[in-house]
Design a protein around this ligand. Structure first.
Ligand SMILES: Nc1nc2c(ncn2[C@@H]2O[C@H](COP(=O)(O)OP(=O)(O)OP(=O)(O)O)[C@@H](O)[C@H]2O)c(=O)[nH]1
Length: 374
């Protein structure tokens, strides 16, 4: 079943990858086409060229009225300039990313106008020879001029519109691109945020698990594992600094009897109170742990046997005075204690075994006492 799931997920993942790649491909070619196009230069040329038809008409009208050489000169200049502009535009268009079918009809119309310009030049040459204009020539000039002017004006205007459209497309595309990038960034941020949140929650969970695995549920003290961990650290430090290290083992006396007399819940409450008493009686650096049942231990870094003994004596006294819960209030509670200090050759097991033997001896010798000698 899980294999089926994995296959389904892999397939879905591959589909998403394929979809992303094809979308990216389309987007990339579209972007190349639109973003790469520089329409500004073409529009500038076109705007300049759009003055030519008006100028042509004005010069021709003046020439027909009065065939002055100055008008002939202006007309020659214009008939020389217009083909250059047409060639320049044609060149720009062919090198642009505009689809050729979009501008071809206008370029063809411009080529047509260019052809009629040579006809116009011939008439001008003729007029130039004697600066006279027959009525037929005047009519021909008007007709040709009007024709060329119309072709140029129409083509330039259509091309202008085409370029504006392309430029608007480019702008829209850039807007969509900006939006897409924003969405992408947002998704990326959300995804990264999600991953970070997940990692943080995992970290919190793992720390909580770690704490739980080292804590005794009933009393909230450290458990046996916690004591072993701390002892490992303390013995490692001892190798470097030779600091003294004390261990106190405590076992409540006749706890079975206590349970049998007052009930298990009262027994639990006593364990909790005893744990609190221990915790309140030690220094910050000492580690108090419940080893199991009614047995507790205190690891005392930087403490020798005398210090452990002093603490054990205080605890012995304090347990006798500890208020007991409910019906047990009038009863009595005592503890047996075995203490030991780590010797040069000791590891934790040996230290523990020695303290445990002393605790056993305290029990044997009548309980409610501290034993420090083997
Ligand atoms: N209430 C309660 N009792 C517990 C818990 N864990 C262990 N005990 C009890 O502690 C008692 C330990 O009994 P024993 O090992 O015979 O020791 P003892 O009666 O204290 O006798 P000595 O140690 O010889 O003084 C048992 O009755 C266990 O049921 C606990 O978490 N809560």
């Amino acid at each position: 079943m899980s294999r089926l799931w994995a296959r389904g997920l892999l397939l879905a993942y591959l589909l998403v990858v394929l979809l992303c790649l094809s979308t990216f491909g389309v987007y990339y070619s579209e972007a190349r086409r639109l973003v790469g196009a520089n329409y500004a230069a073409m529009v500038t040329d076109l705007v300049r060229a759009q003055h030519d038809p008006d100028r042509l008409r004005l010069i021709l009208e003046s020439l027909v009225e009065r065939p002055d050489p100055i008008y002939l000169e202006q007309l020659r200049d214009l008939t020389w300039r217009i083909p250059l502009r047409i060639q320049g535009l044609d060149n720009h268009l062919r090198h642009s990313d505009l689809p050729p079918q979009d501008y071809r009809p206008f370029v063809a119309e411009l080529a047509d106008a260019e052809g009629r310009l040579s006809e116009l030049e011939r008439v001008i040459d003729r007029v130039g020879r004697d600066s006279t204009l027959t009525p037929q020539e005047a009519h021909l000039l008007r007709e040709l001029g009007l024709d060329i002017e119309e072709s140029l004006a129409w083509s330039y205007s259509e091309l202008n519109q085409l370029l504006h459209q392309a430029s608007a497309d480019q702008r829209h595309f850039m807007q969509r691109l900006t939006l897409a990038v924003a969405v992408l960034m947002w998704s990326l941020l959300v995804a990264i945020g999600g991953v970070l949140l997940m990692l943080w929650r995992l970290q919190v969970q793992s720390e909580a698990m770690q704490r739980l695995s080292l804590t005794d549920q009933l009393t909230g003290l450290g458990n046996r594992r916690r004591l072993l961990q701390e002892a490992e650290g303390a013995f490692a430090r001892r190798e470097r600094s030779d600091e003294p290290l004390g261990l106190v083992l405590l076992d409540l006396d006749h706890f079975k009897r206590f349970n049998d007399t007052y009930g298990h819940p009262q027994g639990d409450e006593v364990l909790v109170r005893f744990a609190r008493l221990l915790q309140e009686s030690v220094r910050r650096m000492d580690v108090v742990a419940r080893m199991g049942g009614e047995e507790f231990a205190i690891l005392m870094p930087h403490s020798d046997l005398d210090a452990a003994h002093r603490l054990a004596d205080r605890l012995l006294e304090a347990v006798g005075k500890m208020p007991l819960p409910g019906a047990a209030a009038t009863g009595e509670l005592s503890v047996s204690i075995g203490i030991a200090e780590a010797g040069e050759q000791d590891d934790f097991d040996r230290l523990y075994a020695r303290a445990d033997r002393r605790l056993y001896r305290a029990k044997e010798l009548g309980r409610d006492r501290v034993e420090w000698a083997t």
